[in-house]
Design a protein around this ligand. Structure first.
Ligand SMILES: [Zn+2]
Length: 345
């Protein structure tokens, strides 16, 4: 296993400062030098086609990214998964791929099929299931160590292409429109579920996406709210593994402890379906879009150029509505969560 580790004279210094965003970028620069397919993937991202759709109070971008075809169309049924070699296990990495050891349990890898201009995968060192429950607090710690990046989690049935191997992803902050559009979206469409000196929890329905936001300076409080949410939501959801969700975590270091924006913001998108009906249509009517956290963050990934050309604002809205939980169900979740949080937080 030792031979997979990245070695560089600047690496230890960055790690000693917990500056994992820059350690990961050092890895990316060095990997590009020796791995032609990776160089090609990151270069082609610079000229990728983008369209922007304007909705009431927010935008959604569409990226034509041919490199994501394998991932967007990945078969994630149990049989396909158990018969393929897991690409996140350290024994199965690409021949040129190197890893940074991240703490006792995780590795940092460059994502060879990028969406973000700098895109990393952070797998657990062991082949353990993609389930967020035990790892929610870890996601917040990771986002603090990766100060230039957002950390994302895709549920096992919500776009993770390795549902059998626990991993986060990290990508450049402010690439997704929701990174800086969050506060205005919350003001416009949010319902406050809890608001005190230590934590703000809101439920937001912008007509496309339905999500819960947790903003706090204390990890333990965020974990407590998440645990409450998770156990409530598991009871009302009929999933066998975990309720369907994607999550985006953003850490804002801030200049002062009293700054309004200091701390963690975690968004949890509530899902009804893995893939929309558009994905399964025949011929011309098919749109190959398999939504995951980045799409919910406001950058929809279309691997096929013909889909990119024809997709409309209404298609995007329809796809988000279809894969998100229903309006009534979300109203119920907000109302119940508000009651539970009121007595517990
Ligand atoms: Zn694995």
């Amino acid at each position: 296993m030792e031979k997979i580790f990245f070695d560089h004279n600047k690496l230890n210094e960055l790690i000693s400062r917990n500056d994992y965003s820059n350690a990961a970028r050092l890895l990316l620069r060095e990997q590009i030098k020796i791995w032609p397919a990776l160089e090609e993937a990151y270069n082609s991202l610079k000229t990728v086609q983008i369209k922007t759709f304007q909705y009431e109070g927010f935008i959604i971008k569409v990226q034509n990214n041919p490199g994501r075809l394998t991932s967007s169309s990945a078969k994630v049924d149990e049989k396909s998964i158990t018969t393929r070699a897991c690409f996140l296990c350290s024994g199965n990495l690409y021949s040129k791929q190197k890893a940074i050891k991240y703490g006792e349990d995780f590795l940092i890898l460059v994502n060879p099929f990028p969406i973000f201009p700098e895109h990393f995968t952070i797998p657990h060192k062991n082949h353990i299931l993609q389930l967020i429950k035990e790892w929610f607090g870890k996601m917040l710690l990771v986002s603090k160590d990766f100060s230039r990046d957002v950390i994302i989690y895709n549920g096992p049935a919500c776009g993770a292409s390795a549902p059998d191997h626990f991993h986060f992803q990290a990508g450049s902050k402010f690439f997704m429109p929701l990174d800086d559009g969050f506060h205005s979206l919350k003001n416009e469409y949010g319902e406050i579920l809890v608001d005190n000196d230590s934590i703000v929890v809101a439920g937001i329905d912008d007509g496309l996406r339905k999500f819960i936001s947790i903003e706090t300076m204390e990890i333990s409080l965020a974990e407590k709210v998440f645990d409450i949410f998770y156990s409530f939501y598991s009871r009302v959801s009929d999933e066998k593994t975990e309720p369907m969700m994607n999550s985006i975590c953003f850490y804002e270091p801030g200049q002062a402890q009293d700054s309004e924006n200091y701390g963690w913001r975690t968004l949890i998108f509530l899902r009804e379906k893995h893939r929309p009906s558009h994905y399964f249509r025949e011929g011309e009517n098919r749109i190959l879009l398999s939504p995951a956290a980045v799409d919910f963050g406001g950058v929809c990934i279309l691997p096929l150029e013909k889909d990119f050309e024809k997709i409309t604002k209404e298609d995007i809205a329809g796809i988000f509505r279809e894969v998100s939980i229903g309006k009534e169900q979300f109203e119920y979740v907000k109302a119940e969560l508000k009651k539970i949080l009121k007595v517990n937080v």
